[in-house]
Design a protein around this ligand. Structure first.
Ligand code: 8YV
Length: 320
């Protein structure tokens, strides 16, 4: 008898066919809102789950007594209680690597957009307010040659360092659990303690996972250490930062600007003070959001899930 997979993220026809050849498939649209009741109804039959951007909590998992594997279309796994899944004998897989370069591109897009005030000044042109040569009140700040600071030197952090070092001649410093000699050698990078890092970096880029340890890592104290010329970039998870403290730092000029792709709550409330600030570039969690990369992630997630349901070891097993 074919196993049953519940999808809560849409797949392309090609990938739906790839999955449907092997298993029975139920697709649940919009599981975080009105699809939640349908997801709850489908879980008792599920041997596998595939999706992203949904907190898969114990209440949902209790409805899935036959669940063998959860395949996340993401590199981040903060939506899952890994210890609980392991206790239940459920394998969790994710999709690292395929999204590394695209997410690093997003990080650099935010670095350039915030430093050179691209959104603010493009809007000035669009709104018909370009009436004379741009003067100092509209000048941005250079990116090339400035110190690129990266918190969390994993795959995405290394890809960001590569862009800064080879592409923009930026000295690279980083803060992570421990120094990475290969990174130091490849990018002339230097590992720093957090306070030294925050005081020295011109661009402070977060590329670390959200864990109990990293939640609230950047608060009022850390923002004060950054300095008025610093630019803060977050392409990791919103909850790594105290968003209220960040808003205060931006409103008071404690830091120059911020490029944010992630937020404490997503979607970001339209009433958020972040959206009233010209020194903020806010994007809707588009880190990996290109046609090519999202298809590659979904393909990876399908292959991970089919391997797990066959009893083979999936390529990207989070809880071996
Ligand atoms: C998207 C991400 O949230 O991979 C992650 O952890 O944050 C982003 O790629 C996710 O992939 C949505 O499918």
């Amino acid at each position: 008898m074919k196993k049953h997979v519940v999808l809560y993220k849409k797949l392309s026809p090609a990938l739906l066919a790839r999955l449907g050849d092997q298993v029975d498939v139920t697709y649940i649209e919009d599981p975080a809102s009105d699809g939640l009741a349908r997801l709850r109804e489908a879980l008792p039959q599920a041997h596998g789950l595939l999706g992203a951007s949904l907190k898969l909590d114990a209440a949902l998992l209790d409805l899935a007594p036959h669940l063998e594997a959860v395949s996340s279309v993401s590199v981040g796994v903060d939506n899952y209680d890994i210890a609980d899944l392991t206790r239940r004998g459920v394998q969790l897989t994710n999709t690292p690597d395929v999204l590394t370069e695209t997410t690093a591109d997003t990080g650099f897009a935010l670095i350039l957009a915030t430093a050179r005030r691209v959104v603010e000044l493009a809007n000035l042109v669009r709104d018909g307010h370009w009436t004379a040569s741009v003067g100092p009140t509209h000048f941005g700040t250079d990116v090339h040659g400035k110190t690129l600071g990266i918190i969390g030197m994993g795959r995405i952090g290394e890809a960001l360092a590569q862009r800064g070092h080879f592409g923009f001649g930026m000295p690279v410093i980083y803060h992570s659990h421990s120094p990475k000699p290969a990174v130091d050698q490849r990018f002339g990078a230097r590992h720093c303690g957090l306070d030294e890092f925050l005081q020295e970096a011109d661009f402070i880029c977060l590329t670390l996972p959200l864990t109990a340890e990293t939640t609230g890592l950047i608060g009022a104290r850390e923002l004060e250490l950054m300095g008025p010329d610093s630019i803060f970039i977050n392409i990791s998870r919103g909850k790594v930062v105290d968003e209220k403290a960040l808003i205060h730092a931006l409103q008071t000029g404690q830091i120059r600007a911020a490029g944010l792709d992630v937020f404490e709550r997503e979607p970001l409330e339209p009433t958020s003070p972040l959206l009233t600030l010209d020194n903020v570039v806010a994007t809707p969690h588009i880190g990996s959001a290109t046609h090519e990369t999202r298809e590659a992630m979904a393909r990876c997630a399908v292959d991970n899930l089919l391997a797990a349901l066959r009893g083979d070891r999936p390529q990207n097993l989070v809880n071996p």
